[in-house]
Design a protein around this ligand. Structure first.
Ligand code: ADP
Ligand code: ZN
Length: 823
């Protein structure tokens, strides 16, 4: 006898790392499938969880007592929403990044597909009796609450809000619930995204198409209906009424005769809408492109896992290679996925892909509407779309028979999700390719140190496109030494004479310029205007951060502190200042200097308004703006042929960030920027203002020497034990109570030390995080470094476990594995 499963193992999208076991009623048990959503009680709430396993009996060693197991409320799907592949990869993400499995699964699904749960209050019989007993004069909050609930039979708590302040109301509700006068019922409301339907009509009986048949049996109106319907698979109901000029009853009577069928037809919300697609250009590949493509195709044909790093300078034709590789995957009967770092880049790419592959392309990113996201996801799940393009969470697309994953601009930090559930889309892509025997191609003009290191070690195949298409020259980059400018003017200048002159010249040639302020830091740092010296931590070799309130310099890795200097420790001069001009100021200055220059600004403030952002970019692209001022988001992806000058006002803030990746980021930024200038036929020019003209990141970036940079940077990483030579984890303790946060961080350090008896890990901190206070919460940070990734996890997990056992709420501690930035 085949018995149905009695228990479901359920992952819930909450901050808990383990799964829960629920009992299944016979009805649910019959239909339950792994990968389906299920409504389960958790504490006092109902939550939507995901069935990750079904069991016929409790495991032998389970310490669950039968009586403790709750019964699942209801099953939400009879067809799994999670494919086995998605369960496998989300499980890996959950284990590797220590993110709750249920949260990862939730992140893999289109938002809004799970039902909303509402709580309704109703009177118990005891409550009714109580209310009947009370006289109308008793105007207590309790009676008015009971009266209100009685009036509506079932009410939402919010509907009572007018009766009293929230805390008073909650208190009264608790009391009346406790004395059994009311009860709470939770129920799901159905207002979540679903497939959208419309009424449509189709012909059923081909016999009625014969004119002979028709005239005998059908009225003229009915005949018109058939004329309209014939030749189409389906016709929308309203369109039919209009075209045939008939009433609803005419169509209904035909349905009764069995001639046609009225039904609900699923319609697709297409994110491309009525967008126009570019013409596809069928280039003959260059020799370099062909070689690269052949290697990828051979691997696709072999059909096993392999990873490649495609290192190609900007404009070397990587995108063309991606497209052909995807086509090759499709030809082999497999599907393909392409990840891109930013939403702003998707429209360009995805239109190009759509032009090549038509409806086979599905697009995944968070600025689509919920309905569109749901429909795209459904098309992928059903196998209707075999190419997915999207931002990091697209790595969880339920695509089947995956053959190829392309990760474009693999070095971008946006692949890292900076909030729970933590994961890195690029690294998840690699593991997914491994699990599904797919080929993964990481593409970049400036590969991350980790990926290049992996290529050097032979872990990834190395593919190189060393030249631009058509041998177009790269922009020439020049460094402007701001110390000279300072000496020349006897004071600080925001714009050097050289940069101003270049802007003027570019404008007079009717060409465009981009002025970039590299300021992603939140923290200030100290710099000597005379010698360019920044103040470094003696232990960590990162820049100390200036805390204005205490006038102290702090290392955010190890908590080293020193008094803020009044004179430069290097040259003894008193030109100490801390860095920070804003983009707004730059815009003003340029407008004043060049009244005829049309200047616009793009930065975090203006981009919160997407339309304005896009309009500025369009205006710039159409030539209505001469100079665009902005932050580093301007450096990427955009292709403006008429831009021949890019000026970087200060690269120093980026170089001095208290992050071991500061040099790498700066190198990448400048190389990307150089790729923006001179995309058209005229050569481009890049001017970089700095007080650190001899910094290796700048020297190698201006010489366009990736290998030179890599060799120097990798030595620094090795000498100072940073990734890729060690595994890194950060632990962030946060909360609104400074003293509690600080003491928990200290306790965490003690537990880490206990767990690290064999000294396989190096533990740093606690120190205030560089963002010492965020959204009203204080933040302290600890870092763990280890050559053994396993050891690092063991130590971190053990320390967190014992803290948890001591009653400390682990929600106030974020463990981040492989943090992309330590800020
Ligand atoms: P990347 O992605 O490396 O920056 P792209 O793929 O965007 O480079 O190519 C740069 C430009 O060269 C694009 O305008 C593209 O259309 C064009 N291009 C790509 N491959 C070829 C080719 N084989 N022949 C001619 N033009 C090409
Ligand atoms: Zn330090």
């Amino acid at each position: 006898m085949v018995s149905t499963p009695q228990y479901a193992e359920v992952a819930v999208p909450l901050h808990v790392s383990h799964t829960f076991i629920y009992r299944l009623t016979p009805a649910v048990s019959f239909l339950a499938v792994v990968g389906a959503r299920i409504l389960v009680p958790l504490g006092r709430n109902l939550v939507t969880g995901y069935i990750v396993a079904l069991h016929r009996q409790l495991e032998e060693n389970s310490n669950l007592a039968e009586a403790d197991i709750k019964e699942a409320e209801s099953l939400l799907d009879t067809v799994p929403v999670c494919t086995p592949e998605i369960l496998r990869i989300t499980r890996w993400v959950s284990d590797y990044y220590s993110s709750p499995w249920g949260e990862v699964i939730k992140a893999s699904l289109p938002p809004g597909i799970s039902p909303a749960i509402t709580e309704l209050l109703s009177l118990t019989p005891k409550g009714k009796a109580e209310l009947d007993r009370t006289s109308d004069e008793e105007l207590t909050l309790k009676t008015s609450v009971l009266t209100e609930i009685a009036k509506a039979r079932e009410v939402r708590k919010e509907a009572l809000a007018a009766l009293a302040p929230a805390n008073q109301l909650s208190k009264t509700l608790r009391e009346v619930e406790k004395s059994g006068l009311i009860e709470r019922v939770q129920s799901q409301t159905g207002s979540y995204v679903k497939t959208k339907f419309r009424r449509a009509v189709r012909l059923l009986d081909p016999a009625c198409l014969e004119p002979k048949e028709r005239s005998g049996k059908l009225t003229p109106a009915q005949q018109r209906v058939i004329e309209v319907l014939s030749g189409h698979l389906t016709t929308p109901f309203p369109a039919l009424l209009k075209a045939a000029a008939v009433s609803v009853s005419t169509v209904v009577s035909l349905e009764k005769k069995g001639v046609l069928e009225i039904f609900d037809e699923a319609i697709r919300r297409d994110p491309f809408g009525l967008a126009k697609f570019p013409d596809i250009e069928n280039y003959t590949l260059t020799r370099a492109q062909s070689t690269v493509l052949r290697t990828i195709e051979e691997q696709l044909t072999a059909g096993s896992y392999a990873a490649f790093l495609l290192h190609g300078v900007t404009g070397s034709g990587k995108t063309e290679v991606y497209i052909r590789a995807m086509r090759a995957a499709l030809k082999l009967g497999r599907s393909a996925m392409m990840l891109v770092p930013e939403i702003a880049l998707t429209p360009v790419f995805s239109r190009r892909l759509r032009a090549h592959f038509g409806d086979q392309v599905a697009i995944f990113h968070s600025s689509l509407q919920k309905g569109e996201r749901f429909d795209e996801w459904t098309r992928v799940k059903n196998g209707d779309a075999r190419i997915v393009i999207g931002t990091r969470s697209a790595v969880f697309a339920p695509i089947r028979n995956l053959g190829l994953i392309v990760v474009d601009e693999e070095h971008e930090s946006t692949y890292r999700q900076q909030e729970s559930p933590y994961y890195n889309g690029r690294d998840t892509a690699i593991v997914r390719a491994q699990k599904e025997s797919a080929t993964v191609v990481l593409g970049s003009a400036t590969p991350s140190l980790e990926s290049f290191h992996n290529a050097r070690r032979g872990k990834y195949g190395y593919l190189h496109l060393a030249e631009r298409i058509g041998a177009r020259p790269m922009a020439t980059a020049r460094i402007i030494d701001m110390r000279d400018v300072f000496a020349r003017h006897g004071g600080a200048r925001v714009f050097s004479d050289e940069l101003l002159e270049a802007i003027r010249e570019t404008h007079s040639r009717k060409e465009q310029s981009i002025i970039l302020l590299n300021r992603r830091g939140y923290s200030s740092f100290v710099l000597c205007r005379s010698c360019g010296e920044t103040i470094q931590c003696p232990n960590c070799d990162v820049t100390l951060t200036y805390h204005r309130s205490e006038r102290v310099m702090i290392c955010h890795y190890c908590n080293h502190r020193e008094a803020a200097p009044t004179q430069c420790p290097q040259c003894g001069k008193k030109y100490i200042y801390y860095v920070g001009e804003g983009t707004e100021q730059l815009e003003e200055m340029l407008k004043k200097q060049f009244p005829s220059l049309r200047v616009a600004r793009i930065d975090r403030d203006t981009t919160s308004n997407r339309q304005r952002f896009e309009k500025s970019l369009m205006d710039f692209s159409d030539g209505h703006i001469d100079t665009l001022v902005g932050t580093q988001m301007l450096a990427k992806g955009h292709d403006f042929p008429n831009v021949t000058l890019v000026g970087v006002v200060s690269v120093d803030a980026g170089l001095a960030l208290p992050d071991f990746r500061a040099a790498e980021r700066t190198f990448q930024l400048i190389t990307q920027v150089a790729g923006r200038a001179g995309r058209g036929d005229r050569p481009g020019k890049v001017l970089i203002q700095t007080y650190h003209p001899y910094h290796y990141a700048l020297r190698h970036a201006t010489a366009q020497d990736y290998d030179g940079f890599y060799n120097e940077e990798i030595r620094y990483r090795q000498n100072h034990s940073y990734p890729p030579f060690v595994a890194l984890a950060s632990l962030l303790v946060h909360g609104t109570d400074l003293n509690r946060v600080r003491s928990e961080a200290v306790e965490l350090r003690k537990e880490l030390d206990l767990a690290n008896k064999d000294r396989m890990c190096r533990i740093l901190g606690p120190a205030p995080a560089p963002l010492a206070r965020l959204k009203g919460e204080y933040r302290f940070q600890l870092l763990i470094k280890s050559r053994s990734r396993r050891q690092l996890r063991t130590v971190a997990d053990a320390a967190l476990d014992s803290l948890g056992n001591r009653g400390i709420n682990l929600r106030s501690i974020n463990l981040e594995i492989d943090p992309v930035s330590i800020m």
